[in-house]
Design a protein around this ligand. Sequence first.
Ligand code: GDP
Length: 424
Amino acid sequence: MVKAVVGANWGDEGKGKITDMLGQESDIIVRFQGGANAGHTIVNNYGKFALHTLPSGVFYDHTTSIIGNGVALNIPKLFEEINEVVAKGVPMPKILVSDRAQIVMSYHILFDQYEEERLGGKSFGSTKSGIAPFYSDKYAKIGFQVSEIFDDELIKEKAERVCQTKNVLLEHLYHKPLLKAEDIVKELQEYRKMVEPYVCDVSAYLYDALQNGKEVLLEGQLGSLKDPDHGIYPMVTSSSTLAAYGAIGAGIPPYEIKRIITVCKAYSSAVGAGEFVSEIFGEEADELRRRGGDGGEFGATTGRPRRMGWFDCVASRYGCRIQGATEVVLTVLDVLGYLDEIPVCVGYEIDGEVTKDFPTTAKLAKAKPVYKVLPGWKTEIRGIKNYDELPKECRDYIEFIEGELGVRISMVSNGPGRDEIIKR
Ligand code: GDP
């Protein structure tokens, strides 16, 4: 069976922890989109890790970790991460890389930086990991697929073509040093050596695995609102963040995805620019940021302070619907234990009218949050294992959100650790 773990919001919902936890009962864990631009933070018996490229299943010795074709594969970053986990005592993970994955090149990262510089204050809040230039090249058909880098003639010819178009931009738009085809070839030959032992026809591998009854987990990065089609375009990422894309980015039939476990955080946070209706500011935001996550809400990749806000039922209901959530996991609930009262955004006021439907970006920019204020529980809930032992106000908060989402909350996470989870 295939399960997907995906985010309903802007990312950082705590998917890494949930994947790590569900990894226990999985045989194969697949990353199907995104790249090294976002990260998951995982706390387990080996320590605390920030993973960007490796699936969150690498900590188990019974799982195979797969980089699917939909991923923006940054080969040096992948190996840096493998070395880091092994150095901290994790057994060498079993890793497979799709022969159809494409490679993030050093010039993609440069182009990302140059474009951010050029846009100045009007930038899209890129993490400068090369992701947008990478996916642009993939669809412009000048990307390098892993399968191609074993053919020297092919990469030489393609490197020339890449230089032709890129150098026009470098010279006239960015005024930066030009690319040389031989450097691109050298870079690819280097990558070839690194990646060769792991290359695999992943869709065929998964087909066999599913025929043999294996448990497969698809691990999403970021969340619904960062999807290029269904998110807050243009402040989105460059590959689909939706469970549906798991079928494409892993190479499996869509009907195999039986459970879409959609992760929502008990409050909101976002990195980078973009509409964020229930955002809060000042001391109120600073306190939530300081107490949030596991040691504060700061980006796992960039260290940037995350923007903070109250739980947004409008955005989260939409985020769950567009994912096709079959169940919701509500995370980081323990963090809210300091609040006397907890506002929850239940509607958007747009041009004087209140709506519960999440609009397209231009309308979203005009939306003002309509809050309902729920009582806080004012106690520490970490360590609680049974739902019934949670304070009544806390259960009311969960059940109110469940009602607004219209999807069952199957698990509540009350701490960063693997076992800090309450099943309902
Ligand atoms: P992801 O990208 O969706 O995996 O999310 P991140 O890893 O960026 O952010 C989640 C953060 O919250 C990490 O630091 C986790 O260790 C932490 N975390 C996850 N679940 C919980 C929880 O239930 N309580 C607390 N306090 N922290 C949590």
